[in-house]
Design a protein around this ligand. Structure first.
Ligand SMILES: Cc1cc2nc3c(=O)[nH]c(=O)nc-3n(C[C@H](O)[C@H](O)[C@H](O)COP(=O)(O)OP(=O)(O)OC[C@H]3O[C@@H](n4cnc5c(N)ncnc54)[C@H](O)[C@@H]3O)c2cc1C
Length: 458
């Protein structure tokens, strides 16, 4: 056992995966988690004939590190991949669902975009670089390179699907660094995609477009549960961290069942949400608080609906659909949960996960949930041609769901880098740095481990 004491704050996927690599390399690691179970945003429940994921429904296998952890923790028999149908994604346009084209041939034929928009897209390789990429939103970036219609009917719904975000606010550089780099490095998206594919092959990585979508037979929370189990009593539950102080070592104060405790640590790695970390660091650095609290997490309602299959008119042959803002609906889109992965509903049933709110609807609150849900179900059933009512309605309201890498996020990133340099032994991680997806959190967990190891070994 290596003798430095490492404390990890939070047992979501970031904290657990980082702990996994450290523990595998025999470092002395303890994880403090305020809740009674692991997983953070990953929450799976079984209700009657349905398996419900209230957080992420899937991940993309963008790095071999995912499979490595799965194997290490003995979960390989439970890892599953999306069915073929999961490759087709629909976009709502004029109340009809149109498949998002997946090949140049289908793109030319689709009625999702007008002829004018298709011709505009072909101009992309000839559009020059931006001079102000630093402060450019994804909306400005895409409109400049690909045109307004592509922004409205491809990128806007995509941004909702990933970030529950507002494309006019998300920074292209921070939220979509790969897209930004394609322009910076290769001078365009189409040129860059061709050259980037070759480079990824060399690094043994998958692009998000070609990576396989995975989950687990008993839902996403199986993954953090299995990692936590393999860590045994190194994970301490119901341990709410209240304060961090600096003495000769870092003192992590936490309370378990009302009892105050302190863990003396050489290294502290935080994976808890920024707005929660700010409370814990008050007294250490006031500017840090401002940066942590400035990161916006919009509200999201996850609505899970279960139906008898035979009352659904629409053929369930896809991943689900996303709704462009221009279509003015009450919700962001719906995943056809039981079509994508097995074991989400019994054979005669179908289930759907609907997302409401996000940065487009920042005023969504608990007070208006019931009336919102009624309207969403009505709109959803009309699009899906469903003749009847759901047999199961479950919901989870995330008051602060997903951190937005909005314009100016780069300033936060710089501040966090600086803070780590000036406060040796403190590392800030979690989904407000380096990507929000499950795949990114795991990719970053390995980078976190390497950073900590390099710090220890000088
Ligand atoms: C509704 C929703 C849907 C999503 N869908 C997808 C998807 O389909 N695909 C995808 O790739 N990603 C998706 N994401 C994003 C992804 O799930 C998250 O970014 C990722 O799980 C975050 O993991 P994390 O460990 O960084 O943070 P978290 O999961 O937030 O974990 C942080 C942990 O810290 C603990 N904690 C907080 N405060 C304290 C404290 N004071 N003391 C001790 N512990 C504390 C929390 O209890 C929690 O367990 C979704 C997110 C949400 C919310």
């Amino acid at each position: 056992m290596k003798n430095k004491k490492i404390t990890i704050l939070g047992a979501g996927i970031t904290g657990l995966a980082t702990a996994h690599w450290l523990n595998k390399d025999d470092y002395d690691v303890t994880i403090l988690e305020s809740k009674g179970s692991p997983g953070g945003s990953m929450i799976t429940e079984k209700v009657n004939d349905f398996l419900i994921d209230f957080g992420p429904n899937s991940g993309l296998e963008t790095t071999p590190k995912i499979r490595e952890i799965v194997n290490d923790v003995g979960l390989s028999n439970e890892m599953i991949y999306a069915n073929e149908e999961g490759n087709t994604r629909y976009i709502l346009k004029n109340n009809s669902l149109i498949a998002l084209p997946t090949s140049p041939g289908k793109f030319l034929k689709t009625n999702l975009f007008s002829i004018k928009a298709k011709l505009r897209l072909m101009k992309e390789p000839f559009v020059g670089k931006s001079n102000d990429g630093y402060y450019q939103s994804i909306a400005e970036f895409v409109e400049r390179r690909l045109g307004k219609e592509f922004l409205d009917y491809a990128i806007d719904p995509f941004v909702s699907g990933v970030f529950a975000g507002d494309p006019t606010k998300l920074s292209v550089q921070s939220a979509f660094p790969k897209l930004y780099r394609l322009e910076e490095k290769y001078g365009g998206l189409i040129k860059g995609m061709i050259r980037g594919a070759k480079e990824r092959k060399q690094r043994n990585e998958e692009s998000k477009q070609s990576a396989k979508m995975f989950s687990f037979i008993n839902g996403m929370q199986s993954f953090p549960r299995a990692i936590a189990k393999s860590l045994g009593d190194k994970v301490i539950y119901n341990a709410a961290i209240t304060k961090i102080q600096k003495e000769d070592k870092w003192l992590v104060n936490y309370s378990v069942n009302g009892e105050e405790k302190v863990l003396k640590s050489d290294i502290v790695f935080s994976s808890i949400p920024s707005y929660k970390l700010s409370k814990i660091f008050s007294g250490v650095d006031n500017s840090l608080l401002k940066h942590l609290e400035d990161i916006y997490y919009p509200p999201v309602l996850v609505l899970y609906l279960g139906y008898e299959k035979d009352i659904i008119g629409k053929k369930l042959d896809g991943f689900g659909f996303l709704i462009p803002s221009k279509e003015r609906k009450k919700y962001l889109g719906a995943i056809w949960t039981s079509t994508i992965f097995k074991n989400r509903a019994t054979e005669d049933k179908a289930s759907f996960t609907i997302f409401v709110g996000g940065a487009r609807n920042p005023n969504l609150s608990e007070d208006i949930l019931d009336e919102t849900i009624d309207e969403v179900i009505k709109e959803f059933q009309s699009i899906m041609n469903i003749k009847g009512s759901p047999i199961l309605i479950q919901k989870k309201f995330w008051k602060k769901a997903i951190p937005q890498y909005n314009l100016g996020h780069i300033e936060h990133e710089k501040y966090f880098d600086n803070f780590e340099t000036e406060n040796p032994g403190i590392f800030l991680g979690g989904n407000y740095r380096g990507g929000i997806s499950v795949g990114d959190c795991i990719k970053n967990s390995y980078l976190n481990y390497e950073k900590i190891k390099n710090y220890i070994n000088g």
